[in-house]
Design a protein around this ligand. Structure first.
Ligand SMILES: [Zn+2]
Ligand SMILES: [Zn+2]
Ligand SMILES: [Zn+2]
Length: 359
């Protein structure tokens, strides 16, 4: 992801020897003179300000400071001998760099009260302007508590018992409705058949897609730019989108403020119509005999035949009670002459599930 440089911010470090806060570019403690130990860390200053001093910026750009192997003093990356003891810095260990120290935020921070004399000092001050006492680091602003996701609630044993009960009831109900049958004898009193053919035609259907995905032959109605993807380089119809700026340790006592940016590229999104085979009509023939026939089909230009469907019903009378037998099989339907007697198996819904000739 491309990074943008916003500038440099002087960091600070706290002397582990005497507790004094020191500007990041100071290599020795301003109070006790001890060299900054290599394991002491740079921290964000209480008040962030972009550095205007070109010398400090160039030092930050030169690379991380190196630590004198003889006396432990920090030296600029460009130094060849230690400014403290004169030792040779060839092959000296460099300070750690690249760590993210926190958000870049130039907002004016509230003044800090001197614990010694009560004088108010700007947040950027390391020492009291009145008595010279070392000022404590203001507490960092409270971070909003991370949102926690509630753990999934356990299903109670009562609920599980209820679900099992309902499932059992369904099984028992299904048995009584579909599988438990009663027997009776019925006479065929009526016959009904119905056959239908769907007629299809190509009808315009509305749809939408990215311009490069609109199907060939579609009729484009309108297009508009919409964000589609991210790019590392600026492109036509793109908009720069940047993340929260943050400060990275350069190992020099001056942090680099950067932000990660990308280009959100918009492309044409189009609404269009395309032709799609659709059922536009269904022609039906009906009868009450044993000679079903298909409706005669007269297709117009641009039309084609769709699905065919057939439905047959046989109505029985069993001692004044009516039962209906349904099938889509014409051969089965052909067995039922009016007035013939049949043994019927009836399920819990009153449907005939089986019919055999009665003698
Ligand atoms: Zn000190
Ligand atoms: Zn040295
Ligand atoms: Zn003071």
């Amino acid at each position: 992801m491309p990074q943008e440089e916003l500038g440099y911010v002087e960091l600070e470090w706290t002397c582990p020897n005497c507790g004094t806060r020191n500007p990041g570019t100071r290599k020795n403690c301003a109070s006790c003179g001890a060299a900054m130990p290599k394991d002491a860390k740079f921290e964000l200053p209480a008040q962030q300000e972009l550095v205007k001093d070109e010398v400090k910026i160039q030092a930050a750009q030169a690379g991380p400071d190196v630590i004198c192997p003889y006396c432990g003093t920090r030296n600029a990356a460009t130094a060849s001998s230690c400014k403290q003891c004169g030792g040779d810095l060839k092959g000296a260990q460099a300070r750690f760099k690249g760590g993210v120290l926190g958000a870049f935020d130039e907002t004016k921070q509230p003044d800090v009260k001197c614990p010694n004399c009560g004088t108010m000092n700007p947040a950027s001050a390391l020492k009291c302007s009145n008595c010279g006492a070392s000022l404590k680091r203001p507490e960092p602003k409270a971070q909003p508590a991370p949102q926690t996701i509630a753990p999934p609630t356990r299903a109670s044993p009562l609920l599980i018992g209820g679900i099992i009960g309902v499932v059992l009831l369904c099984i028992v109900g299904a048995y009584f409705l579909f599988f438990r049958t009663s027997d009776t004898v019925g006479t065929v009193t009526d016959l009904q058949w119905q056959r239908s053919i769907a007629i299809m035609a190509q009808v315009p259907v509305r749809d939408a897609a990215w311009q490069d995905q609109v199907p060939a032959g579609a009729n484009v109605l309108s297009c508009e730019f919409k964000p589609r993807r991210f790019s590392n380089v600026e492109e036509p119809n793109s908009r720069k989108v940047c993340g929260t700026p943050y400060i990275v340790d350069t190992g020099t006592g001056v942090g680099k403020a950067i932000q990660d940016c990308q280009y959100q590229v918009s492309e044409q999104y189009c609404s269009f119509t395309r032709l799609q085979w659709t059922v536009i009509d269904t022609i039906v023939t009906r009868g009450s005999d044993l000679n079903p026939g298909w409706p005669s089909l007269a297709l117009k230009s641009g039309e084609k035949e769709g699905n065919r469907a057939q439905d047959y019903r046989v109505i029985f009378d069993a001692g004044g009670q009516q039962y209906t037998y349904s099938t889509s099989n014409p051969d089965e339907y052909a067995r039922f002459q009016r007035g013939t007697r049949w043994n019927l198996k009836i399920n819990g819904l009153g449907d005939i599930v089986e019919a055999t000739p009665a003698n």
